[in-house]
Write a protein of this length. Sequence first.
Length: 259
Amino acid sequence: MNFKLIFAAAALLATQSFAIAGIGAHYTPNVGTKLRSADRADFKTENVNLEGKLGFSHGNFSYIQGFGFKAWVDVLPFVDIEATFNIQFASYNAALWTYDDGEPVKHPLEIELGGTPFAKATPKYIAMNADLSVTKPFSIPLFPIRPYVGGGLTFHWNTFVLNKAFVENIIDDMYEEAKAKNVDFSMDEKKLAEKVVDYAKDEGLTKSIGIHLLAGVRFKLPIIPIAAYANVKCYLGGDYDSDIDAGNFAFEIGGGFAL
């Protein structure tokens, strides 16, 4: 008897045009987040001058994209609540430069990815965020769609950019290490590339908090416990690497299971 009641309640929920709760996955491009390219420039720190000997450059990207997951609850009287986690990424080129009779020679930098099917890869920029949103829904008579607007808190986690300042810090550390051991300091692209890879593996994430505004719509046919949704979000605040132009807008397009 209890099983029949549970089955009947689930069937009743599934016939609703609007889901009271759901969970889904989505594609999430961010067309505004960009990395500015850096032309070849030689290293020169307070301790080490490598002008005409060793330099650095990195490429750019014009957007990031990725995927995410969302859960939502629509049972409150006047507002809905949704939680989202997104991960977006892009690749870019980076290189050390040496000089052969005054002519620059490019040495691409690759980051070893231990424990993966790929031995090495170009540097990656990864941006992750978790959003907690409160939204105000609107009803459209005779149409099984649920538009809404709202906003909430965003928690950001961003990786660093492999840039000239990052590598110069490594050069200074290598200089101090040689000084502490009372040995002559020397530098070549192979030794520096190895140190860059080691430092990149150990570099942590930049954590910050901001807010977001959003507008979206969910679509669910009666009976079928499947929903589709689309969101556009405007992000405000958060800390980013100095070489990153942070985009304010991201999109979420996906669907999932809903009752």
